[in-house]
Write a protein that binds this ligand. Structure first.
Ligand SMILES: [Zn+2]
Length: 263
């Protein structure tokens, strides 16, 4: 079986020609991924990794993404794993990033979020797509909201979150409207499928220990389920590829993912 994936079509951002193009909302100092700090007006030093530059200082920030399909609500890595395993994945990433937000370069001692970036691979036939974990980004709470606009809206933070998203990417109103249109269209397509999780890229944990809310499906092989997370959500279902996993002391091997994607 073949799967098809369409990369997220990030809208273009106008070029940065000087510090005046960096919105004052983001302040006057920016922590790089390697821990050094750049002050507004200074020359940006040479970087070992391009990703050490916070998004707000990049020509193409790309700190937005797909809306989560309804059929995949509550099956994130953070929702699947026992806290100990999730901590073992996210804490080293936060440290590696020198406790700073990858999007805005704000440094904070605690409260940084690990945001999972997923790719939705559509099947050639049938109703089961593969949702592949592609990356985990470390973000401050405000920047994290830019990836969860529906949630920001529920929290009464729509205006400030959209404002931040537009300023960070240097977008016009028109560009934001365009963005809103195509993310909804993509999500409508994704909503027609159920999703199998490809967790092959997780490296810091060998065997995934699932949170105790999950149990084995009584009939379906390798399928796990958990009660809904919010009012009105039915039972959550998930299946894992690419990593061995343990549920209530029963161990399952890593079922290989059919996706051929460079890690
Ligand atoms: Zn931030």
């Amino acid at each position: 079986m073949r799967y098809f994936w369409t990369p997220f079509p990030f809208p273009q951002s106008p070029p940065i020609t000087g510090w005046a193009d960096i919105d004052p909302l983001f302040g006057n100092h920016f922590t790089l991924g390697d821990g050094r700090v750049v002050h507004r007006g200074e020359k940006i030093p040479a970087l070992e990794k391009a990703s050490d530059l916070p998004g707000v200082l990049r020509q193409r920030p790309q700190f937005c993404g797909d809306l989560i399909p309804v059929s995949a609500h509550g099956t994130s890595l953070a929702s699947l794993l026992a806290k100990k395993d999730w901590d073992a994945i996210r804490k080293p990433l936060i440290e590696e990033r020198s406790n700073s937000c990858e999007a805005c370069g704000r440094r904070q001692k605690s409260g940084l979020n690990a945001h999972e970036i997923w790719e939705y691979h559509l099947p050639e036939h049938g109703a089961h797509g593969i949702q592949r974990l592609a990356q985990i980004k470390i973000l401050c709470h405000h920047c994290h909201m830019m990836f969860h606009l529906a949630f920001a809206n529920l929290q009464g933070k729509w205006d400030e979150t959209v404002d931040r998203l537009m300023r960070l990417h240097r977008w016009s109103e028109n560009q934001f409207e365009n963005f809103g249109g195509f993310v909804e269209a993509r999500r409508d397509t994704f909503n027609r499928y159920s999703w199998i999780l490809d967790l092959s890229i997780v490296q810091s944990v060998d065997t995934l220990h699932l949170d105790k809310v999950w149990s084995l499906h009584p009939e379906l092989d390798r399928v796990i389920c958990a009660p809904g997370k919010y009012e009105g959500q039915g039972t959550r279902y998930a299946a894992i590829l690419g990593k061995p996993w343990v549920i209530a002391d029963r161990q399952f091997p890593a079922y290989p993912s059919p996706l051929q994607v460079a890690a």
